[in-house]
Write a protein that binds this ligand. Structure first.
Ligand code: DQA
Length: 149
């Protein structure tokens, strides 16, 4: 069984589909989970998809990925802009991290232009909606192939 990619979603993303559709579209969190599962199948990856509104729970999941997962795809939601603790947890887990945002945060309020996570991520994808998750998974597949070669 290959090591999974952990797909983590932060606060308020459970409301996708009805929350600010002008920014986040009409797809629900379940649609996003299905897209990730389908993309993972195509790419030959294992994924685990999770969402929480509790910062400590997200941090516990990141710790649990250490030595168990192959990488972390994270949309930290608003914690992107506030949480040193999530950044530290990502560094501590010693895994490749890709940061994804559904909306283009750089077209939005200035407080969304700061990310505590970006500097510890392999890369950042924003503004591509759910396709950003797919692109991040494709990049993980490439990274894993490079490691295996
Ligand atoms: C978000 C962008 C964040 O600024 C915001 O707080 C979110 C969602 C995105 O996916 O575009 O909750 O991470």
């Amino acid at each position: 069984m290959p090591s999974p990619i952990l797909v983590l979603n932060g606060p308020n993303l459970n409301l996708l589909g009805t929350r600010e559709p002008g920014h986040y579209g009409r797809e629900t969190l379940a649609d996003l989970a299905n897209l990730c599962a389908a993309s993972a199948r195509e790419l030959g990856l294992e994924t685990e998809f999770r969402q929480t509104n509790h910062e400590g729970e997200l941090i516990d999941w990141i710790h649990g990925a250490r030595g168990r997962c192959a990488g972390i795809l994270i949309n930290p939601g608003a914690w992107t802009h506030t949480s040193v603790a999530i950044r530290d947890a990502l560094v501590a887990c010693e895994l490749p991290v890709i940061e994804v945002h559904l909306s283009n945060v750089y077209k939005r309020e200035p407080f969304r232009h700061l990310s505590f996570v970006s500097a510890v991520a392999v890369g950042v994808i924003c503004g591509l909606g759910s396709q950003g998750y797919r692109a991040a998974l494709a990049h993980f597949q490439q990274l894993l192939q490079e490691v295996a070669a």
